[in-house]
Design a protein around this ligand. Sequence first.
Ligand code: ADP
Length: 217
Amino acid sequence: MKSFCVIGLGRFGSSVVLSLVKNGHEVVAIDTDAKKIDDYKDIATHVMIADATDERVLKNVEIDKFDGVVVAIGKNVQASILTTMIVIEAGAKNVVAKATTDVQIKVLTKIGADKIIQPEKDAGERVADNLAHPDISEYLDLSDDYSFAKIVVKNIKFNGLTLFQANLTQDYHVNVAFVKKADGSASIGKHNTKIVLDDVLYVVGTKADIEKFSEII
Ligand code: ADP
């Protein structure tokens, strides 16, 4: 179990709180809006009606002691930037900030936020990726260039081959990290791991290589 602080209970922040609580973590939720705090008083571990731009508030909750802090204030750009700054200056770890504009992203990056989320934009990109490449069921960006994706084996040419025989790293510049079988069994990607039709491959590579690979596998 880990402990997190979520500042701002808008659509994004409240969904983060619900997921963290569902996964068994401790969550302190802060919002200026008494109605929102009331809605979450029985869900979060601890709630506070407070203005997070007030340094004393974040000092009082010992913001540096959490495993992660989510600044989920989007629309009020000034409050989002000021809060993120105070949180980082107070020594908080794993600071995730929500942004709604490109300028906000620039400033939050400069301030040193560990991760910046643009929920609508990120969801839009995922939908677009999925429409363009329905064979890739999930993408996770590892860096600007590299991604991790889930792809199902559909080409009979690969049926029954070991990963060594399939020669995917040499021929397609992707690495298979993990293979999940239709019967539920699974294994990490080793030289002698056999792949058959309908296996789900978890591959690492550049986005371009993964897209090419998804068309032939
Ligand atoms: P979303 O688009 O995810 O709904 P919003 O920006 O609309 O995000 O919501 C942000 C939430 O943050 C609101 O509930 C708002 O009351 C809260 N909030 C805004 N400023 C502060 C602040 N200074 N301190 C604490 N909470 C704040």
